[in-house]
Design a binder for this molecule. Structure first.
Ligand code: MN
Ligand code: MN
Length: 405
């Protein structure tokens, strides 16, 4: 139990003037921030979850521009159930955890050295971003063309819907990655696993299918392995099976960090979608870095909802939902954010480190509309008449798109 669990008794003791344990409210894990600004608000007397309040300062002290109601647009992997197995673990943020997120579900997975996410497939496509370490990925497509590749931090992979695949941790410390599926209802618990299938087809049928006798199948597992520990594989070359049909025609791996980024005054953006990662027809992605004090500009996406994954730093995002509704959320490493299609938003770095996050879309292409570019390219008298702003401001706006300012 953390100190925060004891904050209420300690507070009572302090208020009674019997400072028995001699610790302050701050030492008891209480948040020092209060919902007070000028004459508005007041202190919190009741129970508090200090650490959580510290992570969400813009909920506790919202900007005065926040108004009305929005669905919850945040869920942290830190609040997700972890499925542990020999060889690694996984946790997921789906529509069960974040109900607004109908377009995409995400899985965070760790594989120890040699640990295997077993041979399986699912109804949805699979997109992945390598967070750390190295992995070997395999697949065979519907025309019998195979694929095996080693990926490391910053690389992507994509397996089309229904195409079987596997992942195995390599190197000194295995790997960790983020998986995204273009369906909010997807769950890693609901995949077609080779062990589960073997356990649930008659052995005589499986033996006939493989041209062997039942004795050869005496030791097959009685159920799904999901993640399991295996020996470290040999070199990529030695592990590759010769394929008379040839290799898959479209590469299932993509070296995102080797792409030239689009640099902006306040950071950079790397985009991976069907234009450069040809096979990735169902997921488009942008990796964004924002330097401290800067922000991903105000923009919106006309083609799809946005599913965000925060990799590093601290952020705040305001989402405007029309009819006067707006709400500001805070994010940090390991958090998932969500923005429904066409709702304008910005993402501001409010920390002292670079902010890094992924914008993912259930769409073939990354598309965004820039507020600044729209204003710069619309008759300036017209824009000025709406907002009562000086024409000089409009004349000075950049006409090219600058994603991070
Ligand atoms: Mn999969
Ligand atoms: Mn966006």
């Amino acid at each position: 139990m953390s100190d925060a669990n004891f904050s209420i008794p300690s507070r009572r003791l302090l208020l009674a003037g019997t400072a028995l344990m001699g610790f302050t409210t701050a030492a008891a894990g209480q948040s020092s921030i209060q919902p007070i600004e000028g004459k508005r608000g007041g202190t919190i007397l009741g129970p508090r979850n200090g650490p959580l309040e510290q992570e969400n300062p813009d909920l506790l002290q919202p900007p005065v521009t926040d108004n009305g109601g929005l669905p919850n647009l945040k869920f942290s992997f830190a609040d997700a159930h972890v499925k542990m197995r020999e060889g690694g673990w996984s946790r997921e943020v789906t529509q069960l955890e974040l109900p607004i997120a109908t377009a995409i579900a995400g899985v965070n997975m760790r594989l120890n050295p040699g640990g295997v996410r077993e041979l399986h497939w699912h109804k949805q496509a699979e997109w992945s971003f390598m967070l750390a370490g190295q992995a070997r990925i395999t697949s065979v497509d519907n025309d019998g063309r195979n694929f095996v590749s080693d990926v490391s931090a910053g690389d992507l992979w994509y397996f089309p819907a229904g195409i079987p695949h596997s992942i195995q941790g390599l190197s000194d410390d295995g790997c960790e990655f983020l998986l995204a599926f273009p369906d909010g209802k997807f769950s890693e618990d609901d995949t077609f696993a080779i062990t589960d299938m073997f356990a649930h087809m008659p052995k005589e049928a499986l033996a006939k299918n493989l041209g062997t006798d039942e004795k050869a199948l005496a030791n097959i597992p009685s159920g799904e392995k999901f993640i399991f520990q295996a020996p470290m594989p040999s070199t990529l070359q030695a592990d590759t099976v010769g394929d008379p049909q040839g290799k898959v025609p479209l590469d299932m791996a993509f070296r995102m960090m080797q792409q030239e980024p689009a640099t902006s005054p306040g950071g950079w953006v790397r985009i991976a979608d069907m234009r450069n990662f040809t096979i990735s027809s169902d997921v488009a992605a942008a990796l964004v870095e924002v330097t401290p004090g800067h922000m991903r500009e105000v923009h919106w996406h006309p083609n799809a909802d946005e599913w965000q994954y925060y990799i590093a730093g601290k952020a705040r995002m305001t989402v405007f939902a029309a009819q006067g509704n707006a709400r500001t959320f805070n994010y940090q490493a390991g958090d998932v954010g969500y923005v429904p299609k066409s709702m304008p938003h910005y993402v501001e770095n409010i920390g002292s480190e670079p902010l890094r996050f992924l914008e993912l879309f259930n769409a073939p292409r990354f598309v965004d509309v820039s507020l600044t570019q729209w204003m710069a390219l619309t008759p300036h008298e017209l824009v000025a008449a709406h907002l009562n702003i000086n024409r000089d401001l409009l004349d000075g706006l950049p006409k090219d798109k600058r994603p991070v300012v």
